[in-house]
Design a protein around this ligand. Structure first.
Ligand code: NMX
Ligand code: MLT
Length: 437
C-alpha cells in the first residue's frame, strides 16, 4: 500500500482512541501547575500529545518507540551504506511501521516528483542581502512557497472538511520535506560558493543528493543521512516543534507553520547552539592554545571564563534530559569509527571538553543537567568534512527537524486537534494565590 493510503488507514483507526479519551476521561488529571512553572517556561507541564517521539530524561529520545540504535538497525539501508535513507525514516515517523525496501523506493520516487522548487523561491532568496543569516534565507524560502499551499487552497475552496483536511497537510508536508534539502543546498551554494549551483541527481536518495548538491564527498552521504535523522524530532515541547504545532493549530498551513518553527530553531538556546559550539571551540583554540596543546586545565579555565562572563556553555544542559544526549553519543561513535576523524585535533578537543565541562557545570551548581546535548558534537563532523561555514549548521538542523514537525502536524490534523490557547494570569493573581498558600 502506498504511504498515503497506509497513513489514511492508521489515522482512521486511531481517531476513536482520542475521541474516547476526551469523551469518557476528559476530566482525569494528569498534572498540576505551579507558580515556578508559570514563570519558568512551562517546564515539565504535561499538556501536549504526540506519538511520533518521546523523550525520557534518563534514556533520551525514542522515535516511534525505538531508541536511536534500534531505529538505525531496523530501517532499510541506503545502497552500500550502514545508514538508512531519510525516506525510510519519513515513512517510519509517519506510520510507526518499518517500511519494506519497495515502500522506501515508492517514497523516493514520490520525493523526486515533489522536489521541484518553484523558481520564485530562488528569486526571493537571492533578493535578500547576501550577508543575511542562512536561517533567515531558509525561513524566507519556506515561507515563499506558501502561495502554492494545497492545504490553504483546500481551506479557501469552500469545501473544507475536518475529516479530510489532513490529506492536504500531508501533501504540503511531503512537498516541504522533499524540497527543504534542495533549498538548503541552494543557500549554501549561494552564500559560500559564489552562487555555483549543482542540479539534484534524480538517482540519489535525499541524504546522498544533499551531499552531491553541496559538492561533498562520498563519505558525507552518510553524514547527511545520519544528521537529518538524528535531528528530526525531540517530542513536542521543544521550541521548533511546539511553534510549528502552535502556528498550525490556527489552521495556518505547513509553510507558515514551519517557517515560524525555523525562526525558533534559530535561537542560541535552541538550534543555533551548534554554531555557537564551533565558535566557542575555535575562539578557545585562538585565545588559549596559540602556541600550546589544549589541556584539561586550560579548558577548565576557559569554561569558567565563559560562565563568569554571564554566558552559557553552548552544547551543554537541557530542559528535559538529565544524562548525556544519545544523539551526542551516536555522533561521537560515528567520529570514533571514522578513521581520520577520530584523530582530528578538533574532535579530540571536543572530546576533552566532554571530560571537563560536566564537572565545571556541576561545581557551578546552576544547570540541572551538566551533560552534553546534540549540538556539542554535530559541528565538529561538518568541520572535518570541510563544511566550515558554521553559521550554516542550524540550517542542517532545520532540514532534519522538518521531518518531525511535518509528521507531527499531519497527525495533528488527522486527529483534529484544537487551536492551542492556554490561559494567562496576572502577576497580582499569582501573588494572591501565593499568599493564600
Ligand atoms: N551553561 C551555563 N549555564 C547553564 C547551562 C549551560 N550550558 N545550562 C543551564 N544553565 C543555567 C541556566 O542558564 C539557568 O541559569 P539561571 O538560573 O541564572 O537562569 C540555570 O542553569 C538553570 O537552567 P536549567 O533549568 O538547567 O536549564 P533550562 O531548562 O532553563 O535551559 C538550555 C535549557 C538548553 C536552554 C540550557 O541548558 C542552555 O542554555 N544550554 C546551552 C545552550 C544549548 O546548548 N542549547 C541547545 C539545546 C539543544 N538544542 O539543540 O536545542
Ligand atoms: C531539540 O532537539 O529540540 C533540543 O534538544 C531541545 C529540546 O528538546 O528542548
Amino acid at each position: 500500500m502506498a504511504l498515503k493510503e497506509t497513513l489514511k488507514q492508521k489515522i482512521e483507526e486511531f481517531r476513536p482512541r482520542t475521541t474516547r479519551l476526551v469523551k469518557e476521561f476528559g476530566k482525569v488529571k494528569i498534572d498540576e501547575v505551579t507558580i515556578d512553572q508559570c514563570i519558568g517556561g512551562a517546564r515539565d507541564i504535561r499538556c501536549l500529545v504526540t506519538d511520533i517521539s518521546y523523550l525520557d530524561p534518563q534514556e533520551g529520545i525514542r522515535f516511534r518507540g525505538k531508541t536511536i540504535p534500534e531505529t538505525f538497525e531496523a530501517l532499510p539501508k541506503a545502497p552500500g551504506s550502514k545508514y538508512p535513507t531519510v525516506e525510510s525514516f519519513w515513512y517510519f515517523l509517519l506510520t510507526g511501521d518499518v517500511p519494506t525496501p519497495a515502500q522506501v523506493d515508492e517514497v523516493c520516487a514520490e520525493f523526486k516528483k515533489r522536489q521541484v522548487v518553484p523558481s520564485y523561491v530562488w528569486d526571493t532568496i537571492r533578493a535578500l542581502p547576501r550577508d543575511s543569516h542562512p536561517m533567515v534565507m531558509l525561513s524566507v524560502g519556506i515561507l515563499a512557497m506558501q502561495k502554492d499551499s494545497k492545504f490553504c487552497g483546500f481551506y479557501n475552496s469552500g469545501k473544507f472538511n475536518k475529516m479530510t483536511a489532513w490529506e492536504y497537510v500531508y501533501e504540503d508536508a511531503s512537498d516541504l520535506v522533499a524540497r527543504i534539502p534542495i533549498v538548503a543546498a541552494f543557500i549554501y551554494n549561494l552564500k559560500y560558493r559564489g552562487d555555483f549551483q549543482i542540479a539534484p541527481d534524480p538517482s540519489l536518495d535525499m541524504g546522498a543528493n544533499f551531499a552531491h548538491m553541496i559538492g561533498q564527498c562520498e563519505e558525507y552521504k552518510d553524514v547527511a543521512r545520519m544528521y537529518f535523522i538524528l535531528h528530526s524530532d525531540h517530542e513536542s515541547g521543544n521550541v521548533s516543534a511546539h511553534t510549528t504545532h502552535l502556528v498550525h493549530s490556527a489552521l495556518s498551513d505547513p509553510y507558515y507553520a514551519y517557517s515560524a518553527g525555523l525562526n525558533g530553531l534559530a535561537g542560541p538556546l535552541h538550534g543555533l547552539a551548534n554554531q555557537e559550539v564551533l565558535d566557542w571551540t575555535l575562539k578557545f583554540q585562538e585565545k588559549y592554545c596559540k602556541d600550546k596543546e589544549p589541556t584539561k586545565e586550560l579548558i577548565t579555565q576557559a569554561l569558567w571564563d565563559t560562565l563568569n562572563s554571564g554566558q552559557v556553555i553552548p552544547g551543554y544542559g537541557h530542559a528535559v534530559l538529565r544524562k548525556t544526549d544519545p544523539r551526542y553519543t551516536s555522533q561521537r561513535e560515528f567520529c570514533l569509527n571514522t578513521p581520520g576523524l577520530k584523530d582530528d585535533p578538533l574532535f579530540k578537543l571536543v572530546a576533552m571538553i566532554f571530560e571537563v565541562a560536566p564537572g565545571v557545570l556541576t561545581e557551578q551548581g546552576k544547570a540541572k543537567n551538566p551533560w552534553p546535548n546534540v549540538d556539542a558534537q554535530s559541528g565538529v563532523i561538518q568541520w572535518y568534512y570541510g563544511l566550515r561555514e558554521w553559521d550554516f549548521y542550524t540550517v542542517l538542523f532545520g532540514v532534519g527537524r522538518a521531518l518531525g514537525c511535518m509528521a507531527n502536524i499531519t497527525w495533528d490534523r488527522g486527529l483534529g486537534y484544537a487551536i492551542e490557547r492556554p490561559k494567562s494570569v496576572t502577576t497580582a493573581m499569582l501573588e494572591k494565590w501565593a499568599e493564600a498558600g
